[in-house]
Design a protein around this ligand. Structure first.
Ligand SMILES: Cc1cc2nc3c(=O)[nH]c(=O)nc-3n(C[C@H](O)[C@H](O)[C@H](O)COP(=O)(O)OP(=O)(O)OC[C@H]3O[C@@H](n4cnc5c(N)ncnc54)[C@H](O)[C@@H]3O)c2cc1C
Length: 442
């Protein structure tokens, strides 16, 4: 059984020209497109599969400030404002509600890191707090285990991934977006040193600007423009349970397991510590850039050498204009969940909340998370190629920040005053000598 993603209808007419082409119909692409059309900019969104077919329907649905990289806090604050009014603005249900999010502190050292983040985050007008162990147990009835406390943000929330990006896409279409699904981009063309067209499997669209919001495919799309984006992919597993009366209100992570209540009454359950990093030719190419992040996150990274290495070595390359591309051969990146990891997640849930022992996995799935060496996204123009923009590399937390990121991307495309400072997200940070560092607060 596939994921139950809300269907969005494509536009009838294939466009020959427009102002901006957005590549990718995940939350980032649709949020960018919505922001552009809302400002009257003629825009086409091209998606090789269907809206929210990849990461944007497969995620946990958490919209959080808690424990964020400090560089992202202004952007997530903007995003949360947008989420809070989303249902009303779109006249559709994205499943968003403010529920609170807690990250339990499993060790004394983690407690200190959480406290340190709290001090730093105060400078960004973030209203988080530390819960004592007793307060955490009170908020999560039946919780087993010794926790030193928890980092908690009452204003954080959750939305339904299988509804949210489709809702934004429908609103964008109503505002004038031309949406083409099942339409892979093979090539971004330029003339006179500027972006001039996008070549798709169904024809060419002339344009002045292109936004690459291709999630895990962005590295390949950029490679097609002779640009290096140091992006890797991490496989992450999720499961959902049947409907249950258990409803702690807030979403919470206990290290070995994380859960949130779903609109359908079940729970979405997952764990960051069961993610798998397949070793690929790109892992070797970008090893130096990722080494600092790897050293610090070693306990959460499960390296795997398997068939993926050869698959990417043989097939993972940008196509040419004339021939069937990889983007068409893999319409939707739909990896198999690792059965042992899924069983481990369920087991961890039962240990932490024994009263849920009768709950089994109704469904499980996996998604490829696109990561950057410093675990923050690129939302940026490309200095060497006027007209080319990129919004990608959200490193496992792009759903919550998506609406704000889309607005910022649209600001940059049309040259209006950026809603937040885009400097931390510039592409050139990988080449201008800045020290590339990931922050690990959770
Ligand atoms: C298991 C899991 C759990 C997560 N949990 C959370 C969470 O709780 N909170 C949170 O904030 N984030 C979470 N994330 C991360 C979040 O889902 C992503 O950061 C976000 O969805 C990225 O959106 P995107 O639009 O960049 O990419 P995607 O949603 O992957 O969309 C990219 C789209 O581009 C299309 N595309 C690519 N190449 C082409 C081409 N050549 N032509 C046309 N179309 C193309 C693809 O088909 C795809 O639909 C999670 C991710 C996963 C996988």
């Amino acid at each position: 059984m596939g994921l139950n993603v809300e269907v969005v209808h494509s536009s009838e007419q294939f466009p020959e020209q427009t102002e901006v082409v957005v590549i990718g119909g995940g939350i980032i692409g649709v949020a960018t497109a919505l922001s552009l059309v809302s400002r009257g900019i003629p825009t086409v969104l091209v998606e090789k599969g269907y809206i929210a077919g990849e990461q944007s329907s497969r995620n946990w649905g958490w919209c959080r400030r808690t424990g964020r990289d400090l560089r992202e806090l202004p952007l997530i604050n903007l995003s949360m404002q947008l989420w809070e009014t989303m249902n009303i603005r779109l006249q559709q249900d994205c499943g968003f509600s403010v529920t609170g999010i807690a990250y339990a502190s499993s060790t004394e050292q983690q407690l200190q890191t959480h406290q340190q983040w709290l001090q730093e985050a105060k400078h960004f007008d973030v209203k988080s707090e530390m819960l004592t162990s007793a307060q955490l147990h009170e908020k999560m009835p039946g919780l087993q285990g010794n926790f030193y406390g928890a980092l908690f943000t009452a204003g954080d929330g959750r939305a339904e991934p299988q509804r949210a990006a489709p809702a934004l896409a429908k609103a964008a279409c109503e505002a004038g977006l031309n949406l083409q699904q099942h339409c892979a981009v093979r090539h971004i063309g330029y003339a006179g040193g500027k972006v001039s067209e996008v070549v798709t499997e169904r024809g060419t669209i002339r344009c002045h600007s292109v936004v690459v919001a291709g999630g895990a495919w962005s590295r390949l799309l950029m490679q097609g423009c002779d640009l290096v984006l140091p992006q890797l992919k991490v496989l992450s597993m999720v499961l959902r349970t049947a409907a249950t009366d258990f409803d702690p209100g807030m979403s919470a992570s206990f290290g070995s397991v994380a859960l949130r209540k779903r609109q359908d009454g079940g729970l979405t359950v997952a764990s960051s510590s069961t993610s798998i990093s397949d070793i690929t030719p790109d892992s070797l190419r970008f090893m130096r850039s990722y080494l600092p992040a790897y050293r610090r996150e070693r306990k959460n990274i499960n390296l795997r050498l398997g068939s993926r290495f050869l698959h990417e070595l043989m097939h993972w390359r940008p196509g040419d204009v004339e021939h069937l591309s990889l983007y068409e051969k893999i319409r939707v990146l739909d990896p198999q969940p690792d059965a042992a990891a899924v069983a481990g997640i369920l087991n961890n849930l039962h240990q932490v909340l024994p009263q849920l022992r009768s709950l089994s996995a109704e469904q499980s799935w996996a998604g490829y998370i696109d990561t950057m060496p410093d675990a923050i996204p690129v939302i940026s123009g490309v200095d060497t190629l006027p007209g080319l923009f990129i919004a990608t590399g959200f490193s496992g937390h792009g759903f919550g920040i998506g609406p704000g990121a889309g607005q910022l991307m649209a600001d940059l495309v049309i040259g209006s005053t950026p809603s937040v400072d885009p400097h931390p997200f510039r592409l050139s940070r990988f080449t201008d000598g800045e020290e590339i560092q990931a922050q690990h607060w959770l």
